[in-house]
Design a protein. Structure first.
Length: 294
């Protein structure tokens, strides 16, 4: 029995609500189960049921044990497993079939990026000043690094792991000068994690510091739309090196600007959630967070 089926049964038998609440829960489950491909928002469902989103959220969560959004994700996951495993549908086609082919490019951030010259990269950051600061984010403490040209680094740390996180990032450019400056990095943290700040009129400037091969891989990641995922093989094909899947995986793992350059959307050949530099749990959280934005 799938998770969605278990939730459906619990919502209609063991903890059947009375009167109007029962009808509300039943209709929400029906809508999410039948119309999952359109990924209806809480506001859309509430409008259809002529209820306020807040009240609908409380009613459904109280009786079903999870939110409408979580139920929708469970339904979508059930269908994804069926399409990938039973019907052997390719990963990208699965995304389209599930209604996750949103037109957004990099969370609709409209990122504009440039790459450091090969010479600048080879100098390992010599002559470069990188300002850094830790800021709260939906995925734990975020280490934000920036140069005068734009966002250069974004990493994540669990409680107590801030120093290790900083050391991991700083060693990538050992000849750079690092300066703690939360005031300078705060605007980047505010923009990256606030969908209301994602704007084409004010694109987020990103600076990619890496080898030519790494930069090409990271640029390919930037082209993955919100709500979609690709395999390392797909990326290797896109950059014109179809046999370089393993090297692509290594470059993805070295991506210095996590989340913004969406390495979390790169999956293994089978569609499995392979390792993530900042933790597989965090990778799942990012994909789930994005699913709610499509």
């Amino acid at each position: 029995m799938t998770l969605a089926q278990q939730i459906d049964l619990s919502a209609t038998t063991d903890i059947t609500p009375d009167g109007d609440d029962y009808e509300t829960v039943r209709r929400v489950i029906e809508m999410l189960t039948v119309e999952y491909q359109s990924q209806p928002s809480l506001e859309t469902i509430a409008s259809a049921l002529r209820q306020s989103p807040t009240q609908l959220q409380k009613t459904f969560t109280r009786w079903a044990g999870l939110s409408p959004k979580a139920f929708l994700q469970a339904v979508t996951l059930d269908h994804a497993k069926r399409l990938l495993r039973q019907e052997d549908l390719p990963l990208l086609e699965t995304s389209i079939e599930l209604g996750l082919s949103g037109p957004g490019r990099l969370h609709d951030l409209f990122v504009t990026h440039e790459a450091m010259s090969p010479g600048e990269w080879k100098s390992k950051g010599m002559g470069l000043t990188i300002r850094y600061g830790f800021h709260p984010s939906p995925f734990g403490q975020a280490l934000v690094m920036a140069t005068d040209r734009g966002l250069a680094g974004l990493a994540f740390a669990d409680a107590g792991g801030e120093k290790a996180c900083y050391d991991d990032m700083a060693c990538r450019w050992p000849n750079a000068e690092f300066a703690a400056d939360q005031i300078a990095t705060a605007p980047y943290a505010a923009r990256v994690f606030d969908p209301g700040r994602w704007s084409q009129e004010e694109p987020l400037r990103v600076v990619l510091i890496g080898s030519d091969f790494q930069v090409r891989v990271w640029q390919s990641l930037l082209r993955i739309p919100l709500g979609r995922a690709v395999t390392y093989s797909d990326i290797a094909q896109q950059i014109g090196q179809p046999t370089a899947s393993r090297a692509v995986g290594a470059a993805v793992g070295r991506n210095p600007i996590s989340f913004v350059v969406p390495c979390h959307r790169a999956l293994g050949k089978s569609g499995a959630l392979t390792g993530y530099h900042w933790g597989l749990t965090r990778k799942r959280a990012m994909l789930g967070w994005e699913a709610g934005k499509v």
